[in-house]
Ligand binder design. Structure first.
Ligand code: URA
Length: 291
């Protein structure tokens, strides 16, 4: 039976097929979407509360909250093999490809998306999980959020190849009847992939980490709550100064909201200062309200 959300998805896909990247939603439409979201969260919570009934068959995936009989346990740490950073990261990537603790959950898709960028980077950025675009290209941050991240890096005077970009979860989380839609990973999904980002940090040894959004902050630092409360100050992950800031997709959603742009930019300025990077007066003044 077709659900109301299918009509919304099909409408949005049709708009996208016609080259439109934005749609106007009046208050009534927004309220309907909020109701759909509330209902889907309730269903996910109810499913999570139920005990598992069956083990998934090969090729079958569970939905979030539906537990397999025996998910494989993720070890707290991994050790990569190799004599230099590139070899070590390659060995880690190969291990991630067949990572049973993630696969056995049955709620993550099969394609593994590892990391991109410079193994000698001074800055390591961590996002949430790959989405539709990242899964297609097998590279983190290549969709609209990735384009926004590229713009942020350019404003800092950096390129993608200057930094190391990874995700807390290496597989795209599944959703019912998934097309291009993505969802936030669950704490269990985060836990299965955490050993990878820990080891990536240990190999790259960046001088500073930037957690992009609440999911990365939750996974790396165990923080909870709104990003607005986590940002603006230094934390530490594996002894490395870590800054939490808004996810680039939040910036896209917040449109012309200057205060979100400025807040994210101040976190980037703080990282630049920490690394003694040159900062021009023009850079310091970006996204300030006009006098
Ligand atoms: N959002 C993320 O958090 N990571 C990606 O790789 C893409 C979008």
């Amino acid at each position: 039976m077709s659900r109301p959300v299918d009509a919304v998805i099909s409408f949005l896909e049709n708009e996208k097929a016609h080259g439109r990247s934005h749609v106007y939603l009046d208050e009534e439409a927004r309220e309907s979407l909020r109701n759909l979201l509330r209902r889907s969260k309730q269903q996910t919570a109810q499913a999570a509360a139920k005990p598992a009934a069956t083990t998934p068959q090969p090729g079958q995936t569970n939905q979030p909250g539906q537990q397999p009989a025996q998910p494989a346990q993720a070890p707290a740490t991994l050790s990569a093999t190799g004599t230099n950073k590139t070899e070590k990261l390659a060995s880690l990537r190969a291990r991630a490809e067949h990572w049973q603790p993630a696969r056995s959950l049955g709620t993550l898709r099969d394609t593994m998306v590892f990391a991109t960028g410079n193994p000698d980077a001074r800055i390591l950025l961590v996002g949430e999980a790959p989405g539709h675009h990242e899964e297609n290209k097998r590279e983190p941050f290549v969709g609209p959020a990735g384009q926004m991240l590229d713009k942020i890096l350019i404003t800092m005077g950096l390129k993608r190849d200057d930094v190391y970009i990874s995700n807390i979860v290496k597989f795209r989380p599944t959703t019912p009847r998934q097309t291009t839609n993505n969802r936030k990973p669950t704490p269990q999904e985060i836990a299965t992939c955490l050993p990878f980002i820990r080891e990536e940090v240990a190999i790259v040894q960046p001088e500073c980490i930037i957690a992009l959004g609440g999911t990365a902050a939750e996974g790396l630092l165990g923080l909870e709550g709104p990003v607005g409360k986590m940002r603006g100050t230094w934390h530490e992950f594996s002894g490395i100064p870590t800054r939490v800031t808004y996810h680039p997709s939040y910036l896209l959603q917040s449109g012309s909201n200057l205060s979100v742009k400025r807040a994210l930019w101040e976190d980037m300025l703080a990282a630049m200062e920490k690394l003694d990077m040159p900062i021009s007066e023009k850079q310091r003044g970006f996204f300030l309200p006009k006098p």
